[in-house]
Design a protein around this ligand. Structure first.
Ligand code: IPM
Ligand code: MN
Length: 330
């Protein structure tokens, strides 16, 4: 039976890198049936649809969603990001954003290999807040951060379960408990309670500012890193930068309960300045497709794709997709 994959190319370089990723998946021999969903800035400007509930319910029927990129300079910031990407993450309950980082950081000789587990449905991303007296000298803006015990615990638990499958068995909590004393306390207590159930796993805690230094100067200390939505967003761009560049960074937006499809997308954005010029590196999209196959139970194909990616140049053009595909098919 072929896996049914919903493809949302999205904006900018999204469609071109996604097309390369699908080429590689097909070359791997895993049977897939795809359906394209025309969503993103162009569609919004054309007929106003961002992601209707009807389309969302269509997406629910698929085994997985492959997404290219979201962000169009012709649309005000936040409209498509919130209406398309965040709506998918929230409504499909994709509460884990798993972002693996392997490579040799600049200035280092020894490679690192760690995974960031970013909480993906809460924090400042929920859109709680508002504006008072907009445009006046007395304007006030608030933006709340929502942290629920359930939301934090399921994410932390996922991180520990993942660490159990890895060699080092080490989990680091990253937060800012010295300033964000309410949410930080909830995260820390939850982390410590879950950790007590996993005596085999070693734990550590870093403030997020210190973690930024360690990501650059000592990335080897990390195995599994668990953190909130916004810290995870920022840290994973840094993770990409120290692991061969953002052009290689892949991610999996997971609903571990498997009650619906999970969504797979490169960490990078839509890069509208280079869209259509053929210079976008599709590797992050290809590696995201490998995460998708892994999650669907096709670990062997996923490992072959990862190995092929490691053999091709890390900088270049969409033509890299063909080079990866020819290696995957053998
Ligand atoms: C990411 C992106 C998104 C985020 C944007 C496009 C809303 O930066 O997936 O990391 O902030 O989560
Ligand atoms: Mn980001």
């Amino acid at each position: 039976m072929a896996y049914r994959i919903a493809v949302v190319g999205g904006d900018g370089i999204g469609p071109e890198v996604t097309a390369e990723a699908l080429k590689v998946v097909r070359a791997s021999g895993v049977a897939i049936e795809t359906e394209d969903f025309d969503l993103g800035g162009a569609r919004y400007l054309n007929d106003g649809e961002i992601l209707s509930d009807e389309t969302l319910n269509e997406l629910r029927k698929f085994d997985a969603i492959l997404l290219g990129a979201v962000g169009d300079p012709r649309v005000p910031p936040g409209v498509i990001e919130r209406g398309l990407l965040l709506k998918m993450r929230f409504e499909l309950d994709l509460y884990v954003n798993q972002r693996p980082f392997a490579g040799t950081a600049p200035g280092h000789t020894r490679p690192h290999d760690f995974v960031v587990i970013r909480e993906n449905t809460e924090g400042p991303y929920v859109g709680e807040g508002g504006v008072l007296r907009k445009g006046t000298p007395n304007e006030v803006a608030t933006q709340g951060s929502v942290n629920s015990r359930m939301g934090v615990e399921r994410c932390v638990r996922y991180a520990f379960e993942l660490a159990m499958q890895r060699e080092r068995k080490h989990v680091t909590l990253v937060h800012k408990t010295n300033v964000l004393t309410f949410s930080g306390d909830l995260w820390e207590r939850t982390f410590n309670q879950v950790a007590a159930e996993y005596p085999q796993i070693e734990t550590a805690y870093n403030h997020v500012d210190a973690a930024c230094i360690y990501f650059v100067q000592d990335p080897h200390r990390y195995d599994v890193v668990v953190t909130d939505n916004l810290f995870g967003d920022i840290l994973t761009d840094l993770g990409g930068a120290v692991s061969g560049g953002i052009g290689l960074a892949s991610s999996a937006n997971l609903n571990p309960s498997r009650s619906g499809p999970s969504m797979f997308e490169p960490v990078h954005g839509s890069a509208p300045d280079i869209a259509g010029t053929g210079v976008a590196n599709p590797t992050a999209a290809v590696l995201s497709a490998a995460l998708m196959l892994d999650f669907l139970g096709e670990a062997d194909a996923a490992r072959r794709i990862e190995a092929a990616c490691a053999e091709v140049p890390t900088e270049g053009t969409v033509a890299i997709g063909d080079m990866i595909a020819s290696r995957v098919s053998g």
